[in-house]
Design a protein around this ligand. Structure first.
Ligand SMILES: [Fe+2]
Ligand SMILES: [Fe+2]
Length: 230
C-alpha cells in the first residue's frame, strides 16, 4: 500500500477521537432519555447510535493504522460524556438533541458523503461507507427526539430552541471554519483517496446544509429558524 503523508494518519486518529466522543455523548444522552421516560423506540434508536459510533471509532482506527499512525487516541475520561447544567433534565436533553443530533448529525451526512466521493483506499472506503449509511439514521434520530420534546412541552421547548440556536450555530460555524492552516487545508490527490477534504469545503457544506436542511426542518416543527443565520 502507498504510504501517505503523516497528516493522513493523524486526521484519521482525530476521527477516532471524535467518533468515540460521539459514542460517549450518545450513551449519556440515552441515559437521560431513559430518565425522562421517552418513548421506547427513541431509547432503542439511541442505543443503536451508541453501538454505531463505537464501530465508527473502531473502523477509523483501522484506517489510522493503515496510514502508518501508531499513536493512541487522546481520550480524556473526565471529558467524555455529557455534563448536567443547573436546569431541569428535559432542558439539558433538549439542548443536546438540537446541538449534537439535529445540527451535528445532519451536517455530518453531506460532509461524509463528500469525504467518500474520491476515496478509494480500502479501509477508508469501508469506514466511510458504513459512516455515511449510519449518519442518515443518526440525523433522523435527532429530529425525532426534537419532535418528541416539542410534543411533550409545545411552547416551552420551541421557545428554548429559538433562544439557544444562535449560540449553537456560532459554535458550529467556528468548528467548521477552524484549522484552516492545518495540513488537511491543502488536500492532494492522495489525501482525497484517503477520504480527506480541504477545510474550505467544510464551511461550504455547512452553509448549504443550513438552507437545505436546518431551516425547513425547524419550520416543520413550528420553530423559527432565524437563529440559523449569522
Ligand atoms: Fe459516527
Ligand atoms: Fe453519528
Amino acid at each position: 500500500m502507498e504510504s501517505p503523508p503523516a497528516h493522513v494518519g493523524e486526521e484519521w486518529l482525530r476521527r477516532v477521537e471524535a467518533e468515540y466522543t460521539s459514542c460517549a455523548i450518545t450513551a449519556s444522552f440515552v441515559q437521560w432519555l431513559v430518565r425522562l421516560a421517552a418513548p421506547p423506540e427513541l431509547i432503542r434508536d439511541g442505543l443503536r447510535v451508541v453501538d454505531d459510533e463505537l464501530e465508527h471509532a473502531t473502523l477509523s482506527h483501522v484506517v489510522a493504522r493503515d496510514a502508518g499512525c501508531d499513536a493512541r487516541p487522546d481520550l480524556v475520561q473526565e471529558s467524555l460524556g455529557l455534563k448536567r447544567h443547573d436546569v431541569p433534565l428535559w432542558l439539558d436533553g433538549l439542548w443536546t438533541a438540537v446541538e449534537t443530533f439535529c445540527l451535528g448529525e445532519t451536517v455530518a451526512v453531506p460532509l461524509f458523503v463528500a469525504m467518500r466521493a474520491a476515496c478509494t483506499v480500502d479501509s477508508a472506503r469501508i469506514a466511510l461507507d458504513r459512516i455515511v449509511r449510519d449518519e442518515v439514521r443518526h440525523r433522523d434520530f435527532g429530529w425525532a427526539c426534537l419532535d418528541w420534546f416539542t410534543q411533550t412541552r409545545p411552547d416551552e421547548a420551541r421557545l428554548q430552541v429559538e433562544r439557544a440556536l444562535p449560540d449553537m450555530m456560532q459554535r458550529l460555524r467556528a468548528n467548521y471554519g477552524q484549522g484552516a492552516d492545518a495540513p488537511a487545508a491543502k488536500t492532494s490527490e492522495t489525501d482525497a483517496r484517503w477520504g480527506l477534504l480541504p477545510i474550505a469545503r467544510y464551511a461550504e457544506i455547512l452553509e448549504r446544509c443550513v438552507q437545505r436542511d436546518f431551516v425547513p426542518r425547524f419550520e416543520t416543527l413550528g420553530i423559527d429558524p432565524a437563529g440559523c443565520h449569522p
